[in-house]
Ligand binder design. Structure first.
Ligand code: AHR
Length: 500
């Protein structure tokens, strides 16, 4: 019997809804086909946005969408993507397959998509190949309501009112595809560029995000933090609101990656063990940030995470299209539990990428659309959005096949929402064992418990022929006891319980 103790009276930190954020990039079939099909498409759409995809994402309660990249962001010149579509510049998407980018999806289309989704906008600016002026004018174009060259141009282009930019990224991966900079060089560039990311709305300040480290590059975090804090005393609020972190799960390493669908037990545990590394990354980068920002006012923004496998056979290698199985569901459930537990520092996270690319929640083929196992995890975990993390602890044992890739059998996180309902999410990483969980919930009179579960064999996935192989089912194997709950979580599963 596994012991699980929850103390709803110890509220720890707010789980900002943006932890359940997403990332869209001009990459493969993410934007074009995946979300934007154009007004004249036979695929049902509203102003060019696929209705089926928009509806599915709204149901999952997408809180925020990052755009336009990724590596694409540091080659994106926003002026190419506004004005009459027939006049927009056609460019080469050098990062992703060398295909023609016709710029038919630009700033106006992105904000129209966010409007339909009812989500916040996270716009990523260009530091690598753009200028300070270009970035500053983009912000003016998007957010200024008065009379100015950029605001007037936006109006001429058909949008009278400004938009709200909730989050703005000052460059992307500037240690690599965003300009191959050193941390100190980037930090100085950050200081300069962010100065001209003006807040035109006193009540809707833009949350500015500096480019943070790749995986375990602690030198980058130290270099950026120390350079940004030099000669900035007292540290001005709004100078840097967030620092990004990118970490992908590659079971076989960056070069080989490994198949999305063809794997054995060893690779299952290896993948999950590499996913769990996220916890150490957050702790160690967080410890460096603590030196400069002990009050944790600067958020760690995990704006690229998820599995990155070898592309599906027969697809364009530059498009990064991959399938999604129960293994991805576990990767999502584990990561989201980690982010919840570290929500004192992790302010936002954006899984890559939302449709048709890496660990996508949706895949499309022509007019068909499927929800992946990862979608169902986000849909089950949505109740944590803006809830308070509460104290919880579950006893675990170590499992696995190879010594190097041992993992805990279970992960969990628990929150309480504004109505006092407890939301418990648990992942069972074992391929073979069910676990009986004896749960103590301190000082709570339980009147009702409801559950939903995602559980199938490890390779199970949804296809265009069989779209519902993996989907959530009601979970009734849970009893209210005199001190809490008793339930058995099956092998290879992700579970959500809501407790009144
Ligand atoms: O997600 C694919 C790419 O991975 C992004 O464009 C880039 O930021 C990262 O290297």
């Amino acid at each position: 019997m596994t012991k699980f103790v929850i103390n709803p009276n110890v509220k720890k930190s707010k789980i900002h809804k943006e932890i359940y954020g997403h990332f869209s990039e001009h990459l493969g079939r993410c934007i074009y086909e995946g979300m934007y099909v154009g007004e004249d498409s036979p695929i049902p759409n509203v102003n060019g946005m696929r209705t089926d995809v928009v509806e599915a994402l709204k149901e999952m309660k997408i809180p925020v969408l990052r755009w336009p990249g990724g590596c694409f962001a540091d080659e994106y010149h926003w002026k190419d993507g506004v004005g009459p579509k027939e006049n927009r510049k056609k460019i080469i998407n050098t990062h992703w397959g060398g295909v023609v980018e016709d710029n038919s999806f630009g700033t106006h289309e992105f904000f129209e998509l966010c409007r339909q989704l009812g989500c916040e906008a996270y716009v990523n600016g260009n530091v690598g190949s753009g200028t300070v002026q270009e970035m500053s004018e983009w912000v003016e174009y998007m957010t200024f309501d008065g009379v100015s060259p950029m605001a007037d141009w936006r109006k001429e282009n058909g949008h009278e009112d400004s938009w709200d930019v909730a989050f703005f990224g000052v460059g992307n991966e500037n240690w690599g595809c965003g300009g191959n900079m050193t941390p100190e060089f980037y930090a100085n560039e950050y200081r300069r560029y962010q100065t001209y990311v003006r807040d035109y709305k006193a009540d809707k300040k833009i949350y500015k995000i500096a480019c943070g480290p790749n995986v375990d590059d602690y030198e980058w975090t130290e270099g950026v933090m120390s350079t940004c804090f030099r000669h900035s005393q007292p540290f001005q609020h709004g100078f840097m609101d967030g620092l990004s972190l990118h970490y992908y799960t590659h079971p076989e390493g960056w070069e080989i990656k490994g198949s999305a669908t063809d794997f054995d037990d060893k690779v299952w545990y290896k993948t999950l063990s590499k996913t769990l590394y996220m916890e150490e990354l957050i702790r160690r980068h967080g410890a460096i940030m603590d030196k400069y920002d002990p009050k944790k006012e600067i958020g760690l923004i995990v704006d690229e995470w998820g599995t990155w496998f070898t592309v599906e056979p027969g697809t364009n290698p530059g498009f990064l299209y991959q399938q999604n199985t129960m293994r991805d569901a576990l990767v999502a459930g584990i990561n989201l539990n980690i982010f919840n537990k570290h929500s004192d520092r992790v302010r936002m996270a954006n899984i890559a990428q939302i449709v048709n690319v890496l660990q996508s929640v949706i895949l499309t083929e022509g007019e068909k659309m499927i929800k992946t196992p990862t979608y169902h995890v986000f849909n089950m975990y949505k109740y944590h959005q803006d809830a308070m993390l509460v104290d919880s602890h579950i006893d675990t044992e170590t499992i696995g096949v190879e010594e190097e890739y041992q993992v805990p059998n279970l992960t969990e996180s628990v929150s309480v929402d504004e109505n006092g309902v407890l939301h418990i999410t648990v992942t069972n990483l074992s391929l073979t064992e069910d676990y009986e969980i004896d749960t103590t919930i301190l000082e709570k009179n339980i009147s009702e418990v409801k559950g939903e579960i995602l559980t199938e064999e490890m390779h199970a996935m949804n296809t265009f022929e069989e779209p519902e192989t993996v989907c959530t089912k009601e979970f009734t194997d849970v009893k209210i006891t005199d001190k809490g709950l008793a339930f058995t979580i099956p092998a290879c599963s992700v579970l959500h319980l809501s407790v009144k």
